[in-house]
Design a protein around this ligand. Structure first.
Ligand SMILES: [Fe+2]
Ligand SMILES: [Fe+2]
Length: 285
């Protein structure tokens, strides 16, 4: 079994998106032979109709190759509609849902894999608050209910099925930013480890990475397709290839002069066997 995922994040359609990069991704993706394409949030810059419409056109183009799995990022939430109000929060996702459907934490099942997601952008919410004022509406958090839902799905999955969790905010510390995407990140990491996920796909930090969380969960962090790459470095998107024994993350880096993405880095990790696991996830606290 070989299961390939093209993992793209943070196009930020609007003034910051780079149309040349978007076109190059559209052109290259069919050659990468993905079973699914994951777009892990921040489709827009300011949740504007035109930005979502451009994102929708991008998704439609990618869908010619494979199903596209989309989740919202913090830029896709109109948080100013409901700051600190704990009820009626759906209004803040209304515009995103108009273009990408009513499901904010989608699940997609294949014979070889189950892909699900946990909603991390909640606008200005108590769970996302930190002591830094400028983090307001930027940081995310992983509510217990969200991760319990994913854990339940993973538990019910066939033991051979790959379990993929998609989250917008980076779950590991950014190398240049030195920032965690999530408030209460230790608790979030514990919850992810307990959920039974094999692979986490995230974005938000605008710097790519391929690392392992807790010695077990492979984390693919995709960069951005916008001009806001961390440290002014070239944009990167990822391809994750999973077979019986390994999980491989390849980084495709933007070459501005040639106007194309080129594979520059390959990370390979052993795929943990489910029967080897000391602890079968029984729930998430
Ligand atoms: Fe972003
Ligand atoms: Fe973000």
């Amino acid at each position: 079994m070989t299961f390939r995922i093209v993992h793209v994040s943070d196009p930020h359609f609007g003034g910051l998106a780079d149309p040349a990069q978007v076109a190059a991704v559209e052109e290259l993706v069919p050659d990468l032979d993905p079973r699914v394409i994951v777009l892990s949030g921040d489709l827009s810059q300011r949740s504007r109709h035109g930005e979502f419409q451009a994102a929708q056109a991008f998704v439609r183009e990618l869908e010619r190759t494979a199903p596209v799995f989309v989740i919202p990022g913090n830029h896709d939430v109109q948080w100013w509609w409901r700051p600190f109000v704990p009820f009626g929060r759906m209004v803040t996702y209304r515009k995103y849902m108009r273009y990408f459907g009513p499901v904010l934490s989608p699940t997609l099942t294949f014979p070889e894999a189950i892909i699900t997601s946990a909603l991390s952008p909640h606008g200005v919410a108590w769970g996302s608050l930190t002591y830094r004022l400028r983090d307001i509406a930027v940081k995310g958090h992983l509510p217990r209910k969200q991760i319990q839902r994913a854990a339940q799905l993973f538990q019910e999955a066939d033991p051979e099925q790959l379990r993929v969790l998609v989250v917008h905010h980076n779950v590991l510390r950014g190398e240049l930013s030195r920032r965690m995407g999530l408030a209460r990140w230790r608790q979030a990491q514990r919850r992810i480890l307990k959920s039974g996920a094999d692979v986490v796909l995230c974005g938000h930090d605008h710097q790519e990475s391929a690392e392992v969380l807790g010695g077990r969960v492979v984390v693919s962090t995709a960069g951005t397709l916008s001009q806001r790459s961390r440290g002014g470095r070239p944009s990167v998107f990822n391809r994750v290839t999973v077979d019986e024994d390994s999980i491989q993350v390849e980084l495709y880096r933007w070459e501005a002069d040639r106007r194309l993405f080129k594979r520059t880095d390959v990370y390979a990790f052993p795929r943990p066997r489910r029967t080897d696991e000391a602890e079968v996830p029984t729930g998430v606290s």
